[in-house]
Write a protein that binds this ligand. Structure first.
Ligand code: CA
Length: 239
């Protein structure tokens, strides 16, 4: 499925194109408003447009207005660094279908794309994602995604918002090596000035809390690669 990304920041372009390619989309990129508008007008095969607001040449609002004026009905998802109500309203008034405020998580971008594609079309080639279960668990550790609380051996573990998102991501990917960069992108969002050290810091916070009631380590360091959450083998000592 072909998508058009109109965005001038190379770092954002690289993360989005990589992430969406992994999710099975074919992404074309326009680095400014004018070329983006031309590409959108000349290629009716784009199923959705991801449009940054702050662009060289025509800005995102102007591109959006021009596309709607030309009767193009392709869904438009606007990216804005400006999360004020005024800007969001302006974006939606110009004809955008939805918006995301930067920085955002790739997961969130993908969810918005799926939802827009479902809303605008009734096609069956949209990836279907099963609704996730309310309780994620591994060994004696449980995370309730409705109440956002964790417990181990039945004892409640209080988590901060970041610790919760980190644990949720780990538990959704059990027994899989997750690199620090993947964790950073998924848990903290697209923030390029952030160091992956923050991942180590939060993994340690989480370990301390999780291991309080049972020292058997679940979050394992995979040297040189990242982290993996998995059951503790009987002969394994705490890390
Ligand atoms: Ca921009």
């Amino acid at each position: 499925m072909k998508l058009l990304l109109i965005e001038d920041e190379p770092a954002v372009v690289s993360v989005i194109t990589r992430g969406l390619a992994e999710a099975g989309y074919e992404v074309s990129v326009a680095p400014d408003g004018n070329s983006g508008l031309q590409m959108a007008l000349n290629n009716p095969s784009f199923r959705l447009i991801i449009l940054d607001v702050m662009l060289p040449g025509l800005n995102g609002i102007e591109v959006c207005r021009s596309l709607r004026k030309a009767q193009l009905e392709v869904p438009i998802l606007m990216l804005t660094a400006l999360g004020t109500t005024e800007n969001i309203v302006m974006g939606l008034d110009s004809g955008a279908d939805d918006y995301l405020v930067k920085p955002f998580k790739l997961q969130e971008l993908e969810a918005r794309i799926r939802s827009l594609l479902r809303r605008k079309t009734n096609n069956t080639d949209i990836p279907v994602v099963p609704t996730s279960p309310a309780i994620l668990s591994l060994a004696d550790l449980e995370l309730d995604t409705d109440t956002k609380t964790a417990n181990r051996q039945g004892k409640t573990i209080a988590l901060t918002a970041t610790e919760y998102r980190l644990l949720e991501y780990l538990l959704k990917n059990p027994r899989k090596v997750l690199s620090r960069l993947e964790i950073l992108e998924q848990v903290w969002g697209i923030e390029f000035n952030m160091n992956t050290k923050v991942v180590d810091v939060y993994i340690n916070y989480l370990r301390k809390k999780i291991n309080k009631h049972n020292p058997a380590e679940l979050i394992h360091t995979v040297v040189g690669l990242g982290y993996m959450i998995r059951e503790n083998k009987a002969d394994e000592n705490t890390y």
